[in-house]
Ligand binder design. Structure first.
Ligand code: NAP
Length: 274
């Protein structure tokens, strides 16, 4: 099975760029563990320039190999201009699975410039035996469902995802985020500042200690924050799990750094081929 795109891109006007070997300048749209690992691998290759782009949401991001730029590009047009100015040969969108706007912009900028795009997305979590998952399509849908499932909520949707819950006055929320959440937050909110990875024993203790009766999470995938799901299963707690937004049609998707590097090494890196 080809790992390239899932069919032609509607309204694609791009000229697929042919590359002889590893592209010499790769832009990594970052903000994830995978982006950091990819930048490490690319920076170690002689002759490859790697620039990681960060949105600037986290005040103290960890070290990243290669060059780093911070802040938005100014939409798809701004990103396209940046790709041309910086003579970028390939883009890897390794942003978080819920960062839908930058992914859409990357797809549009790739189409406009002909610079190949690979979207690196870790696999989604899947329920196993014993899980009591309630999948929902959005944060708003999670807030609608929540009052029917519990009263003491462990909310791990990130510091920017609290507004849809802010009108819920009855439940007690225990919110965990890397940095303090932005307002508006629900009136009964307790904040735990922490950065993963987390362990199953610690997550179990946290759920017990705070007498949590329902967990809310995005389906982020990956291993750093999966322990809360294992702990919830062991305690038979319901989990409201927010599904990922869909990818733009036709993009080339990979699930790990190794496959991404192999695609970048391929003689042709193009959207919609294969
Ligand atoms: P988003 O909604 O998709 O993007 C909003 C805007 O932020 C984009 O239009 C773009 O501005 C700018 N932006 C986003 N990612 C960027 C990047 N890597 N480099 C430069 N500009 C970027 O994104 P988001 O959900 O706010 O996430 C922002 C960052 O946090 C991403 O890098 C993502 O990987 C990381 N992150 C997100 C989550 C999450 O749950 N959403 C979780 C963990 C980490 P312009 O239009 O001006 O270019």
């Amino acid at each position: 099975m080809s790992i390239f795109g899932h069919g032609p891109v509607p309204d694609a006007v791009s000229r697929p760029r042919t590359l002889g070997a590893m592209p010499s300048h790769v832009l990594v749209l970052g903000g994830t563990t995978e982006a950091r690992e990819l930048a490490d691998a690319l920076a170690a290759r002689p002759g490859t320039r790697v620039t990681t782009s960060l949105a600037g949401r986290v005040r103290r991001p960890g070290p990243v190999a290669g060059e780093v730029r911070v802040g938005g590009f100014g939409g798809a047009e701004g990103l396209a201009a940046w790709l041309r100015e910086q003579r970028v040969d390939a883009v890897v969108d390794a942003t978080h699975p819920f960062a839908a706007a930058i992914t859409e912009n990357a797809a549009r900028a790739s189409t406009a410039t002909g610079v190949p795009l690979v979207v690196l997305r870790r696999p989604a979590w899947r329920p196993g035996p014993g899980d009591r998952w309630h999948p929902v399509p959005s944060t708003e849908a999670a807030a609608d469902l929540l009052p029917r499932l519990g009263h003491r909520v462990f909310l791990t949707t990130g510091r920017l995802g609290l507004a849809p819950f802010s009108h819920l006055t009855a439940p007690h929320f225990v919110v965990r985020s890397v940095e303090p959440p932005d307002p508006p937050t629900p009136p009964h909110t307790e904040v735990l500042l922490a950065r993963g990875p987390f362990t199953v024993p610690d997550e179990t203790e946290l759920l017990r200690h705070h007498r949590i009766d329902v967990l809310v999470t995005k389906n982020s995938g990956g291993t750093a924050t999966t322990a809360k799901l294992t702990a919830a299963r062991a305690l038979a707690l319901p989990v409201v799990i927010i599904d990922r937004p869909p990818l733009p049609p036709g993009v080339t998707r990979t699930e790990d750094v190794g496959t991404t590097l192999r695609i970048l090494d391929a003689p042709q890196v193009a959207r919609g081929t294969g």
